[in-house]
Design a protein around this ligand. Structure first.
Ligand code: PLP
Length: 428
Protein backbone atom coordinates (compact mmCIF):
# COMPACT_ATOMS: atom_id res chain seq x y z
CA UNK A 1 0.00 0.00 0.00
CA UNK A 2 1.36 3.44 -0.84
CA UNK A 3 1.95 5.95 1.93
CA UNK A 4 -0.82 8.14 0.61
CA UNK A 5 -3.37 5.32 0.67
CA UNK A 6 -2.30 4.44 4.18
CA UNK A 7 -2.82 8.07 5.18
CA UNK A 8 -6.30 8.09 3.72
CA UNK A 9 -7.29 4.77 5.17
CA UNK A 10 -6.23 5.64 8.69
CA UNK A 11 -6.43 3.42 11.73
CA UNK A 12 -9.19 3.31 14.36
CA UNK A 13 -8.26 3.71 18.02
CA UNK A 14 -9.74 1.43 20.69
CA UNK A 15 -11.18 2.91 23.89
CA UNK A 16 -10.26 3.36 26.68
CA UNK A 17 -7.16 4.53 24.94
CA UNK A 18 -4.64 4.48 27.80
CA UNK A 19 -5.52 0.87 28.70
CA UNK A 20 -5.05 -0.35 25.14
CA UNK A 21 -1.89 1.42 23.99
CA UNK A 22 0.84 0.42 23.75
CA UNK A 23 0.48 -3.39 23.68
CA UNK A 24 2.78 -5.50 25.86
CA UNK A 25 5.53 -5.39 23.24
CA UNK A 26 5.45 -1.63 23.10
CA UNK A 27 3.49 -1.21 19.88
CA UNK A 28 1.18 1.75 19.38
CA UNK A 29 -0.75 0.19 16.50
CA UNK A 30 1.90 -0.47 13.83
CA UNK A 31 4.50 1.81 15.45
CA UNK A 32 6.98 1.42 18.29
CA UNK A 33 8.57 -1.85 19.37
CA UNK A 34 12.14 -2.56 20.39
CA UNK A 35 14.53 -2.90 17.43
CA UNK A 36 17.90 -3.19 19.16
CA UNK A 37 20.76 -5.71 19.51
CA UNK A 38 20.05 -8.59 21.96
CA UNK A 39 22.25 -7.20 24.78
CA UNK A 40 20.34 -3.92 24.77
CA UNK A 41 17.04 -5.73 24.39
CA UNK A 42 17.79 -7.59 27.62
CA UNK A 43 18.32 -4.28 29.46
CA UNK A 44 15.11 -2.84 27.98
CA UNK A 45 13.18 -5.89 29.24
CA UNK A 46 14.57 -5.38 32.74
CA UNK A 47 13.60 -1.70 32.74
CA UNK A 48 10.17 -2.59 31.38
CA UNK A 49 9.53 -5.19 34.09
CA UNK A 50 10.68 -2.83 36.80
CA UNK A 51 8.46 -0.08 35.45
CA UNK A 52 5.40 -2.37 35.36
CA UNK A 53 5.91 -3.06 39.06
CA UNK A 54 6.70 0.51 40.03
CA UNK A 55 3.82 2.21 38.28
CA UNK A 56 1.40 0.66 40.74
CA UNK A 57 3.64 0.91 43.79
CA UNK A 58 2.21 3.44 46.28
CA UNK A 59 5.62 4.30 47.71
CA UNK A 60 7.08 5.08 44.28
CA UNK A 61 4.04 7.15 43.32
CA UNK A 62 4.20 9.04 46.60
CA UNK A 63 7.91 9.80 46.11
CA UNK A 64 7.31 11.03 42.56
CA UNK A 65 4.40 13.15 43.63
CA UNK A 66 6.45 14.77 46.42
CA UNK A 67 9.31 15.52 44.02
CA UNK A 68 6.85 17.16 41.66
CA UNK A 69 5.30 19.39 44.26
CA UNK A 70 8.32 20.26 46.42
CA UNK A 71 11.22 20.25 43.96
CA UNK A 72 9.68 20.95 40.55
CA UNK A 73 6.97 23.35 41.69
CA UNK A 74 3.95 21.46 40.31
CA UNK A 75 1.15 21.86 39.55
CA UNK A 76 2.15 24.49 37.00
CA UNK A 77 -0.54 27.14 36.39
CA UNK A 78 -3.05 27.19 33.54
CA UNK A 79 -3.00 30.86 32.56
CA UNK A 80 -5.63 32.74 30.54
CA UNK A 81 -3.61 34.90 28.13
CA UNK A 82 -6.05 37.80 27.78
CA UNK A 83 -3.87 40.09 25.65
CA UNK A 84 -2.63 37.36 23.35
CA UNK A 85 -6.22 36.21 22.86
CA UNK A 86 -7.34 39.73 21.86
CA UNK A 87 -4.37 40.13 19.55
CA UNK A 88 -5.07 36.78 17.89
CA UNK A 89 -8.79 37.38 17.40
CA UNK A 90 -9.55 41.11 17.32
CA UNK A 91 -13.08 40.60 15.97
CA UNK A 92 -13.90 37.34 17.74
CA UNK A 93 -13.93 36.09 21.28
CA UNK A 94 -11.30 33.33 21.22
CA UNK A 95 -9.75 32.42 24.55
CA UNK A 96 -6.13 31.22 24.58
CA UNK A 97 -4.87 29.51 27.73
CA UNK A 98 -1.23 28.63 28.39
CA UNK A 99 -0.14 25.58 30.36
CA UNK A 100 2.92 27.04 32.06
CA UNK A 101 5.50 24.24 31.80
CA UNK A 102 8.05 27.04 31.50
CA UNK A 103 7.56 27.48 35.25
CA UNK A 104 8.84 23.98 35.97
CA UNK A 105 12.11 24.00 37.88
CA UNK A 106 14.93 24.54 35.30
CA UNK A 107 12.42 26.08 32.90
CA UNK A 108 11.01 23.26 30.78
CA UNK A 109 8.84 20.14 30.75
CA UNK A 110 11.87 17.84 30.37
CA UNK A 111 12.33 17.57 34.13
CA UNK A 112 8.97 15.72 34.32
CA UNK A 113 10.52 12.65 32.75
CA UNK A 114 14.13 13.08 33.84
CA UNK A 115 13.25 13.01 37.55
CA UNK A 116 11.14 9.88 37.03
CA UNK A 117 13.77 8.15 34.90
CA UNK A 118 16.43 8.83 37.53
CA UNK A 119 14.13 7.49 40.25
CA UNK A 120 13.75 4.26 38.25
CA UNK A 121 17.54 4.07 37.82
CA UNK A 122 17.86 4.33 41.58
CA UNK A 123 15.28 1.55 42.13
CA UNK A 124 17.18 -0.63 39.62
CA UNK A 125 20.33 -0.14 41.69
CA UNK A 126 22.18 1.80 38.97
CA UNK A 127 25.11 4.01 39.90
CA UNK A 128 25.15 6.23 36.86
CA UNK A 129 22.71 7.76 34.39
CA UNK A 130 23.83 8.73 30.92
CA UNK A 131 22.40 10.36 27.82
CA UNK A 132 23.34 12.08 24.63
CA UNK A 133 22.31 15.67 24.10
CA UNK A 134 22.19 17.95 21.07
CA UNK A 135 21.51 21.48 22.23
CA UNK A 136 22.03 20.49 25.85
CA UNK A 137 18.46 20.81 27.13
CA UNK A 138 18.05 17.12 27.91
CA UNK A 139 21.58 17.06 29.33
CA UNK A 140 20.81 19.88 31.76
CA UNK A 141 17.54 18.25 32.90
CA UNK A 142 19.23 14.89 33.44
CA UNK A 143 22.18 16.48 35.25
CA UNK A 144 19.65 18.16 37.56
CA UNK A 145 17.99 14.82 38.31
CA UNK A 146 21.39 13.18 38.90
CA UNK A 147 22.33 15.90 41.39
CA UNK A 148 19.04 15.46 43.25
CA UNK A 149 19.44 11.66 43.54
CA UNK A 150 23.19 11.74 44.06
CA UNK A 151 23.82 9.61 40.96
CA UNK A 152 26.80 9.91 38.64
CA UNK A 153 25.97 11.47 35.29
CA UNK A 154 27.75 11.33 31.91
CA UNK A 155 26.42 13.45 29.09
CA UNK A 156 27.69 12.73 25.57
CA UNK A 157 27.78 15.65 23.21
CA UNK A 158 29.28 16.38 19.79
CA UNK A 159 32.41 18.51 19.95
CA UNK A 160 30.80 21.07 17.65
CA UNK A 161 27.66 21.26 19.80
CA UNK A 162 29.82 21.74 22.89
CA UNK A 163 31.19 24.93 21.35
CA UNK A 164 27.79 26.10 20.03
CA UNK A 165 25.86 25.46 23.23
CA UNK A 166 28.36 26.72 25.77
CA UNK A 167 25.88 28.01 28.41
CA UNK A 168 24.21 24.58 28.69
CA UNK A 169 27.61 22.86 28.87
CA UNK A 170 28.57 25.15 31.75
CA UNK A 171 25.24 24.42 33.48
CA UNK A 172 25.77 20.65 33.22
CA UNK A 173 29.27 20.97 34.69
CA UNK A 174 28.07 23.17 37.55
CA UNK A 175 25.42 20.53 38.28
CA UNK A 176 28.19 17.95 38.58
CA UNK A 177 27.84 16.04 35.30
CA UNK A 178 30.72 14.93 33.06
CA UNK A 179 30.35 16.28 29.55
CA UNK A 180 32.08 13.88 27.18
CA UNK A 181 32.82 15.10 23.64
CA UNK A 182 32.22 13.00 20.52
CA UNK A 183 35.21 13.79 18.33
CA UNK A 184 34.68 11.52 15.32
CA UNK A 185 32.71 12.03 12.09
CA UNK A 186 30.61 15.19 12.00
CA UNK A 187 31.16 15.64 15.78
CA UNK A 188 27.46 16.22 16.35
CA UNK A 189 24.37 14.49 17.78
CA UNK A 190 24.62 11.23 15.84
CA UNK A 191 28.22 10.73 16.93
CA UNK A 192 27.21 11.51 20.52
CA UNK A 193 24.60 8.71 20.33
CA UNK A 194 27.29 6.35 18.96
CA UNK A 195 29.69 6.79 21.86
CA UNK A 196 26.91 6.95 24.46
CA UNK A 197 25.73 3.49 23.35
CA UNK A 198 29.29 2.19 23.17
CA UNK A 199 29.89 3.19 26.78
CA UNK A 200 26.49 1.97 27.92
CA UNK A 201 27.27 -1.49 26.55
CA UNK A 202 30.50 -1.63 28.54
CA UNK A 203 28.62 -1.64 31.85
CA UNK A 204 24.83 -1.94 31.46
CA UNK A 205 24.52 -3.41 34.98
CA UNK A 206 25.52 -0.14 36.59
CA UNK A 207 24.34 2.39 34.02
CA UNK A 208 20.92 3.49 32.84
CA UNK A 209 20.61 5.18 29.45
CA UNK A 210 17.94 7.86 29.86
CA UNK A 211 16.14 8.83 26.67
CA UNK A 212 15.06 12.46 26.32
CA UNK A 213 11.67 12.18 24.60
CA UNK A 214 8.91 9.70 23.72
CA UNK A 215 11.29 7.98 21.28
CA UNK A 216 13.72 5.04 21.30
CA UNK A 217 13.01 1.36 22.02
CA UNK A 218 10.17 0.14 24.26
CA UNK A 219 9.59 0.89 27.16
CA UNK A 220 10.84 4.49 26.75
CA UNK A 221 8.01 5.88 24.60
CA UNK A 222 5.52 4.48 27.11
CA UNK A 223 7.42 5.59 30.23
CA UNK A 224 8.16 9.10 29.01
CA UNK A 225 4.52 9.51 27.90
CA UNK A 226 3.35 8.42 31.35
CA UNK A 227 5.81 10.73 33.11
CA UNK A 228 4.70 13.67 30.98
CA UNK A 229 0.98 12.88 31.28
CA UNK A 230 0.92 14.93 34.48
CA UNK A 231 0.68 17.95 32.15
CA UNK A 232 -2.57 16.70 30.63
CA UNK A 233 -4.22 15.54 33.84
CA UNK A 234 -3.46 18.88 35.52
CA UNK A 235 -4.67 20.82 32.47
CA UNK A 236 -7.96 18.95 32.33
CA UNK A 237 -8.70 19.57 36.00
CA UNK A 238 -7.64 23.22 35.86
CA UNK A 239 -9.54 23.95 32.67
CA UNK A 240 -12.77 22.40 33.96
CA UNK A 241 -12.51 24.38 37.19
CA UNK A 242 -12.22 27.64 35.26
CA UNK A 243 -14.84 26.79 32.60
CA UNK A 244 -17.96 25.27 34.24
CA UNK A 245 -16.71 21.72 33.86
CA UNK A 246 -16.31 22.05 30.07
CA UNK A 247 -13.35 20.89 27.98
CA UNK A 248 -11.33 23.06 25.59
CA UNK A 249 -12.07 22.78 21.86
CA UNK A 250 -8.42 22.86 20.75
CA UNK A 251 -5.10 21.79 22.27
CA UNK A 252 -1.83 22.87 20.69
CA UNK A 253 1.72 21.69 21.45
CA UNK A 254 5.01 21.83 19.58
CA UNK A 255 6.37 18.49 18.42
CA UNK A 256 10.01 17.46 18.19
CA UNK A 257 10.20 13.91 19.53
CA UNK A 258 6.69 14.49 20.83
CA UNK A 259 6.97 14.32 24.63
CA UNK A 260 5.37 17.61 25.67
CA UNK A 261 2.61 17.05 23.09
CA UNK A 262 2.04 13.47 24.31
CA UNK A 263 2.00 14.77 27.88
CA UNK A 264 -0.85 17.19 27.30
CA UNK A 265 -2.72 15.15 24.64
CA UNK A 266 -2.80 11.85 26.54
CA UNK A 267 -5.48 13.02 28.98
CA UNK A 268 -7.80 13.95 26.09
CA UNK A 269 -7.45 11.07 23.58
CA UNK A 270 -10.87 9.59 24.39
CA UNK A 271 -12.51 13.05 24.31
CA UNK A 272 -13.09 13.07 20.57
CA UNK A 273 -14.50 16.59 20.44
CA UNK A 274 -11.19 18.00 21.60
CA UNK A 275 -9.02 18.67 18.55
CA UNK A 276 -5.29 18.03 18.99
CA UNK A 277 -2.53 19.84 17.09
CA UNK A 278 1.11 18.65 17.12
CA UNK A 279 2.94 21.63 15.63
CA UNK A 280 5.92 20.72 13.49
CA UNK A 281 8.89 22.97 12.66
CA UNK A 282 8.61 24.01 8.99
CA UNK A 283 12.01 25.76 8.98
CA UNK A 284 12.26 28.10 5.99
CA UNK A 285 8.83 26.99 4.77
CA UNK A 286 9.95 25.69 1.36
CA UNK A 287 9.33 22.03 2.25
CA UNK A 288 12.67 20.99 0.71
CA UNK A 289 14.57 18.09 2.29
CA UNK A 290 17.03 19.57 4.79
CA UNK A 291 15.16 22.86 5.24
CA UNK A 292 12.65 21.72 7.90
CA UNK A 293 12.17 19.08 10.62
CA UNK A 294 8.50 18.29 9.98
CA UNK A 295 8.93 14.53 10.27
CA UNK A 296 5.23 13.62 10.40
CA UNK A 297 4.16 15.85 7.52
CA UNK A 298 7.00 14.91 5.17
CA UNK A 299 8.20 11.55 6.47
CA UNK A 300 7.52 7.94 5.66
CA UNK A 301 7.40 4.75 7.69
CA UNK A 302 10.70 3.30 8.82
CA UNK A 303 12.82 2.08 11.71
CA UNK A 304 15.46 4.25 13.35
CA UNK A 305 17.03 4.57 16.82
CA UNK A 306 15.37 1.31 17.91
CA UNK A 307 11.72 1.97 17.02
CA UNK A 308 9.30 1.95 14.10
CA UNK A 309 7.73 5.29 13.27
CA UNK A 310 7.43 8.01 10.65
CA UNK A 311 10.78 9.50 9.67
CA UNK A 312 12.54 11.73 7.20
CA UNK A 313 14.89 9.68 5.05
CA UNK A 314 17.70 10.52 2.68
CA UNK A 315 16.76 10.53 -0.99
CA UNK A 316 18.99 7.59 -1.90
CA UNK A 317 19.14 5.39 1.19
CA UNK A 318 17.04 4.46 4.21
CA UNK A 319 19.12 6.43 6.70
CA UNK A 320 17.70 9.40 8.68
CA UNK A 321 17.74 12.49 6.47
CA UNK A 322 18.96 16.03 7.18
CA UNK A 323 16.66 18.33 9.16
CA UNK A 324 16.75 21.98 10.13
CA UNK A 325 14.84 24.19 12.54
CA UNK A 326 15.52 27.40 14.42
CA UNK A 327 14.52 25.46 17.56
CA UNK A 328 17.20 22.89 18.27
CA UNK A 329 14.82 20.94 20.54
CA UNK A 330 12.58 20.24 17.53
CA UNK A 331 15.40 19.32 15.17
CA UNK A 332 14.84 15.54 14.97
CA UNK A 333 14.21 13.46 11.81
CA UNK A 334 11.56 11.24 13.38
CA UNK A 335 8.79 11.38 15.95
CA UNK A 336 7.63 9.14 18.79
CA UNK A 337 5.60 6.07 17.71
CA UNK A 338 2.53 7.25 19.58
CA UNK A 339 2.51 10.55 17.67
CA UNK A 340 2.75 8.48 14.46
CA UNK A 341 -0.28 6.43 15.52
CA UNK A 342 -2.32 9.51 16.44
CA UNK A 343 -1.50 11.06 13.09
CA UNK A 344 -2.36 7.98 11.01
CA UNK A 345 -5.58 7.39 12.97
CA UNK A 346 -6.59 11.02 12.39
CA UNK A 347 -6.68 11.69 16.13
CA UNK A 348 -4.27 14.60 15.61
CA UNK A 349 -4.88 17.17 12.88
CA UNK A 350 -3.11 17.29 9.53
CA UNK A 351 -0.87 20.03 8.07
CA UNK A 352 0.04 21.58 11.40
CA UNK A 353 3.25 23.56 11.40
CA UNK A 354 4.98 26.89 11.88
CA UNK A 355 8.02 28.33 10.10
CA UNK A 356 11.13 29.75 11.76
CA UNK A 357 9.90 33.26 11.03
CA UNK A 358 6.39 32.64 12.39
CA UNK A 359 7.97 31.20 15.55
CA UNK A 360 10.18 34.28 16.04
CA UNK A 361 7.17 36.55 15.52
CA UNK A 362 5.24 34.56 18.16
CA UNK A 363 8.28 34.70 20.48
CA UNK A 364 8.09 38.52 20.43
CA UNK A 365 4.27 38.62 20.49
CA UNK A 366 4.06 36.61 23.71
CA UNK A 367 6.97 38.49 25.28
CA UNK A 368 5.52 41.93 24.54
CA UNK A 369 1.83 41.14 25.08
CA UNK A 370 2.00 38.98 28.19
CA UNK A 371 5.47 39.39 29.72
CA UNK A 372 6.34 35.76 29.06
CA UNK A 373 9.45 34.91 27.01
CA UNK A 374 8.83 31.48 25.47
CA UNK A 375 11.40 28.94 24.28
CA UNK A 376 11.75 28.94 20.48
CA UNK A 377 10.33 25.40 20.56
CA UNK A 378 7.21 26.55 22.40
CA UNK A 379 7.03 29.62 20.12
CA UNK A 380 6.04 27.24 17.32
CA UNK A 381 2.95 26.26 19.32
CA UNK A 382 2.11 29.91 20.03
CA UNK A 383 2.57 30.74 16.33
CA UNK A 384 0.17 27.99 15.35
CA UNK A 385 -2.40 29.09 17.93
CA UNK A 386 -2.29 32.60 16.44
CA UNK A 387 -3.13 31.17 13.00
CA UNK A 388 -5.74 28.79 14.43
CA UNK A 389 -7.56 31.58 16.27
CA UNK A 390 -8.38 33.17 12.89
CA UNK A 391 -10.06 29.98 11.61
CA UNK A 392 -11.98 28.52 14.54
CA UNK A 393 -15.58 29.19 15.58
CA UNK A 394 -16.32 32.22 17.70
CA UNK A 395 -16.14 31.61 21.48
CA UNK A 396 -13.76 28.65 21.10
CA UNK A 397 -10.98 28.00 23.56
CA UNK A 398 -7.43 27.00 22.69
CA UNK A 399 -4.98 25.58 25.23
CA UNK A 400 -1.30 25.90 24.31
CA UNK A 401 1.32 23.83 26.07
CA UNK A 402 4.08 26.34 26.80
CA UNK A 403 6.83 23.72 27.04
CA UNK A 404 9.68 25.98 28.17
CA UNK A 405 11.04 29.45 28.82
CA UNK A 406 13.12 31.34 26.30
CA UNK A 407 16.06 32.68 28.29
CA UNK A 408 18.32 30.24 26.43
CA UNK A 409 17.25 31.76 23.10
CA UNK A 410 17.43 35.52 23.67
CA UNK A 411 20.98 36.08 22.37
CA UNK A 412 20.32 34.07 19.22
CA UNK A 413 17.05 35.84 18.51
CA UNK A 414 18.26 39.42 18.90
CA UNK A 415 21.40 38.73 16.87
CA UNK A 416 19.57 37.06 13.99
CA UNK A 417 16.21 38.83 14.01
CA UNK A 418 16.93 42.42 15.12
CA UNK A 419 14.02 43.69 12.97
CA UNK A 420 11.55 42.35 15.55
CA UNK A 421 12.93 44.25 18.53
CA UNK A 422 10.95 47.39 17.76
CA UNK A 423 7.93 45.68 16.25
CA UNK A 424 4.67 46.70 17.93
CA UNK A 425 1.99 44.17 18.82
CA UNK A 426 -1.16 46.27 19.19
CA UNK A 427 -4.45 45.23 20.72
CA UNK A 428 -7.72 47.15 20.48
C1 PLP B 1 13.22 19.47 24.07
C2 PLP B 1 12.17 20.48 24.03
C3 PLP B 1 11.04 20.34 23.18
C4 PLP B 1 10.88 19.22 22.19
O1 PLP B 1 10.78 17.95 22.71
P1 PLP B 1 9.41 17.13 22.71
O2 PLP B 1 9.83 15.78 23.10
O3 PLP B 1 8.82 17.20 21.33
O4 PLP B 1 8.52 17.78 23.70
C5 PLP B 1 10.05 21.31 23.24
N1 PLP B 1 10.14 22.38 24.07
C6 PLP B 1 11.20 22.54 24.89
C7 PLP B 1 11.22 23.74 25.76
C8 PLP B 1 12.24 21.61 24.89
O5 PLP B 1 13.30 21.80 25.71
Amino acid sequence: MSQLEKNKQGITLTKPYLENYPDKNGFFGPYGGCFVPPEIEKQMKLISEQYDLLKNDPEYLETLSRIRSDFQGRPTPLFFARNLSKYASPDKNIKIYLKREDLNHMGAHKLNHCMAEALIALKLGKKKIIAETGAGQHGVALATAAAYFNLKCDIYMGEIDIIKEKPNVVRMKILGANVIPATHGLKSLKEAVDIAFENYMKDPENIMYCIGSVVGPHPFPLMVRDFQSVIGTETKKQFKLKNDNKLPEHIVACCGGGSNAAGIFSAFIDDEDVKLYAVEPLGDGTGKLGSHAASISYGEDGVMHGFNSIMIKNLNDNEPGPVNSIASGLDYPSVGPEQALWFRSNRTEKNVGATDLEAVDAFFALSKLEGIIPALESSHAIAYALKLAKNVDNNSTIVVNLSGRGDKDIDYVVENYPQFIDKKYEIQ
